[in-house]
Ligand binder design. Sequence first.
Ligand code: SDX
Length: 429
Amino acid sequence: MAQETLSITDNRTGKQYEIPITSGTINATELRKIKEDPEDFGLMTYDPSFMNTASCRSSITYIDGDKGILRYRGYPIEQLADTCTYLEVAHLLFRNELPTAPQLTDWEGQIKQHSFIHKNIEQLIEGFRYDAHPMGIFISTVAALSTFYPQASKVLDPEVRRQQIRRLIGKVPTIAAFAFRHRLGMAYVYPEDDLGFIENFSSMMFKRGTKKFNPPQTLIRALDTLFILHADHEQNCSTSAMRGVGSSLVDPYSATAAAAAALYGPLHGGANEAVLRMLDQIGDVKNVPDFVKKVKAGEGKLMGFGHRVYKNFDPRATVIKRLADEVFEVTGKNPKLTIALELERIALEDEYFMSRKLYPNVDFYSGLIYQAMGFPVDIFPVLFAIPRTAGWLAHWQEMLIDPEQKIARPRQIYTGHDKRDFVPMNQRH
Ligand code: SDX
């Protein structure tokens, strides 16, 4: 039986080392034994942007990038998207099991209980310029919540963690909706007891006057499905930020704000907004070949394409593309769909994109649906942050109870000056 070890010979010294292999990895600290001189620090790994480094053990989400597999707690994303609600999936992410009917009713009630925000938080939102980007408002307001719940700093107390998780899941849709209404100069619409999670978010966003807001159930279901698809994605940039910031034992509101800040970037959750701006810039399907030529010449990226893990197809994009047809049945086809489909057709046949394994990701089609539903483009990253709050918090909780985890503090390769003495001002030039 082959040994699960790596035999290493250090040719500088001729010494041999046996490093255990566990779960397809070697423990990086084992390399510290490999020294040229006993006084040496020992070898480290060098992995800028963590292209090939596992930072933790996790049982929440499994991705196989080559096979296009995505599972939450073992359940295929396609099955969850077709049959569950977002809150049902959030329960699965936190509790490792799909809820029974009574458990789901109780969980939904707990979340709804926390859907209101303090008057002072409303006033904080009022303080932003009318044209402030909703993601800037979202990040700042989530961070501000930490000042309302000082007991949240007791992150090692399981009940304190559970309480903050319920508060954040319940409040982020309200914060998002209030940021949107502030932009329009419209009065806030408050959560209503007889509405579900998605219905309440839609009502807080779009309700006008006293008339009950009753969007078509197809759109409610589509938004619920989009929230499921965006709920978690293992160690992506924003979840890594959540784990890294949370490892200092800061409260979850500050850590969630940091994660949302990471998501805001155009290479990550800001890509759904960037896709629509790219489609607007292309303007007409006849301009697609010229745009693709510019991308291949290195003049910009095809936003919504490519992924660090998926090198075949993003299973979420497949579900979203199917969802688009259902939504456009109700809302009418988004005219930009023609441009998007032509971009996809050309890219999937073009050597430049194929050789780099660039396929549509979760952000390529989601914005077309959001826009058709009436959401403005710059709120798209906030629509990503709302459901991803569940994933961030599930990983935050898993990190805190993982005995192998400590404060995140990577090392570096120093490339700066050697020691040099201070130069008095009159001798500098
Ligand atoms: C999300 O990690 C996650 O799980 C994220 C996410 C989640 O659910 O949390 O899935 C959500 O963030 C999806 C990705 C959304 N971002 C975009 O759509 C922005 C456009 N895509 C890229 O910027 C890029 O593809 C990334 C950031 C998504 C992945 O980048 P990598 O893995 O670091 O790949 P790379 O930048 O090293 O690219 C490899 C090559 C390069 O070409 P060469 O230098 O080898 O010639 O592919 C090229 C890149 O220039 N390339 C692209 C491209 N993406 C990569 N060229 C044109 N258009 C693109 N979109």
